[in-house]
Ligand binder design. Structure first.
Ligand code: AMP
Length: 483
């Protein structure tokens, strides 16, 4: 099928052509004609399938006729994270370049005043995260009875993040005379129930079995041997294994995402990679929005090669050319595995994903393999101890931080409660409420060296690793092109 068969306007076809798309993806082929007819859609599609265009393209044509009134958006797109909302807004720019539609973003972490100004001028498309939207509504800045098209995107993510009550409240504020499109990568019972409640006689569209992984992604599992019970020992073994994996794949690795279950580990792994000379940055929900945006930008522009992140980056982020995804931890929620590895192998490209697993994480692996319906191939040399690190480096990495107990065996691996929450508990991690949290240290992206630390471990580490083992093209200072 061709784009010209979908009933889209000439202006849209021109924009799509200029975006470099040759033919519609399966979800676009199936969803666009249905949305154009004004019918509700329940779409089950994994990330990277072209899902965003499958609703933005018909919306642009539907909204082309008519004008928005102040504070009364004509369509509403709900997204679970700010990044996704911003990305959908970018999509409207690209596809809507020959239309005169206005749009507004209502997301946490950015100035509400600015957002309200745009809203007051009248918008055709409002893209929002649920919390900020309700906040603005409760303050009386928004009327929602003119919404003709509602998109609930990444519904299963909304569910995971605890946004469903907010979504239900928002839907109750809308006129029933609307088209509703609900997209979800997986279709758990709760989402189906929501669909029954919000959608009227929807066309069900599924472009791949729920929770399947793209065939273009080569998956691998690295089974690590138990590291004993010493605090931090498992993490140390994983950090070594990660470095070994990165180096082993340097021939094909152009850039990579490293997912950790805990925000605390995002920080530790990021610092460790930096110490070992890799071009790295970090991204998690406790960082202020401007730093998150800036970091993501640097990664997209290839100014940093390795982005260590929590599940805030797992869903929907359109970084089209990620060659490798590494799971530093086996995700505790099986669906997160699908989303994480879906960051590579997008839009038909080849991708690679590797998961590090300690014996105690086996139960999570079982859940993932049940969900994706196949075993993850085990790397043959996965169990061998990584060879790249000297004893000295390991000791240095193990050293406890200032403020924690020193010397002797710590009684427990006691850490602040908030840090202990697995990233699966992502309500905290990516909701707009994070803007009120303590910002992370300013230096997020891997530019330059960090100032020396009091316990001297950095110097030892760098001496042991930088230059000797780190592939040149992954080093901080060397642009990829010079590889
Ligand atoms: P999405 O699943 O919406 O996040 O889209 C994943 C990626 O596919 C994005 O980089 C889109 O720009 C790209 N894309 C969307 N539709 C097409 C298409 N018809 N042909 C090629 N690439 C596409």
């Amino acid at each position: 099928m061709k784009f010209t068969d979908l009933g889209l306007s000439d202006e849209l076809l021109r924009a799509v052509h200029e975006a470099g798309y040759e033919e519609p993806t399966p979800i676009q082929e199936k969803a666009i004609p249905v949305v154009m007819m004004g019918r509700d859609v329940l779409g089950c599609a994994q990330t990277g399938t072209g899902k965003t265009a499958s609703f933005t393209l018909p919306m642009i044509d539907i909204l082309a006729a008519g004008r928005a009134k102040a504070r009364m958006p004509r369509s509403l797109i709900l997204e679970p994270t700010r990044e996704l909302a911003a990305q959908v807004a970018d999509n409207f720019e690209v596809y809507g370049k020959y239309h005169k539609l206005s749009k507004a973003l209502l997301i946490g972490g950015s100035s509400m005043e600015e957002q309200l100004k745009v809203l007051n001028r009248g918008v055709d498309v409002l893209i929002a995260t649920p919390g900020r939207l309700l906040d603005v509504f409760d303050r009386g800045h928004l009327l929602m009875n003119d919404v003709k098209v509602l998109v609930i995107d990444e519904a299963d993510r909304m569910l995971d993040m605890g946004f469903i009550p907010d979504v239900e409240k928002i839907v109750s504020l809308l006129s029933p005379m609307r088209t509703t499109l609900l997209f979800s990568a997986t279709m758990p019972k709760e989402i189906r129930r929501l669909a029954d409640k919000f959608l009227s006689n929807p066309k069900e569209i599924s472009v791949s079995p729920p929770a399947s992984t793209a065939d273009t992604i080569a998956q691998g599992l690295v089974k690590l041997k138990s590291a004993g019970r010493a605090p931090g020992a498992a993490q140390k073994v994983k950090r070594e294994a990660l470095r070994k994996l990165i180096r082993d794949h340097q021939d094909t690795l152009t850039n990579a995402l490293v997912f950790c279950n805990r925000k605390r580990d995002v920080d530790v792994v990021y610092r460790s990679l930096e110490r070992h000379g890799f071009s790295a940055a970090r991204l998690h929900g406790d960082m202020v929005q401007s730093v998150r945006t800036d970091t993501l930008d640097k990664f997209k522009k290839n100014e940093v090669k390795i982005l260590v992140c929590s599940d805030v980056a797992a869903r929907g982020l359109d970084i089209s050319t990620v060659s490798h995804v590494f799971n530093f931890d086996v995700p505790t929620h099986a669906e997160d595995y699908v989303h994480r590895i879906g960051r590579t192998g997008r839009a038909g490209r080849k991708g690679n994903s590797f998961t590090l697993m300690m014996p105690e994480e086996k139960k999570y692996l079982d859940g993932i393999e049940r969900l994706i319906g196949k075993p993850i191939p085990v790397l043959e040399d996965g169990g061998t101890p990584p060879s790249d690190t000297s004893e000295k480096e390991e000791k240095a990495e193990e050293k406890p931080k200032r403020g924690r107990s020193r010397g002797g065996k710590p009684k427990s691996d006691a850490k602040p409660k908030s840090e202990e929450a697995p990233a699966g508990d992502t309500k905290k991690d990516s909701s707009e409420d994070n803007s009120r949290k303590k910002p992370a240290p300013k230096k997020a992206a891997g530019s330059g060296r960090k100032p020396a630390q009091k316990d001297n471990r950095k110097n030892k580490d760098d001496d042991g690793a930088f230059g000797e083992h780190t592939p040149a093209f992954l080093k901080k200072e060397v642009p990829l092109g010079k590889r």
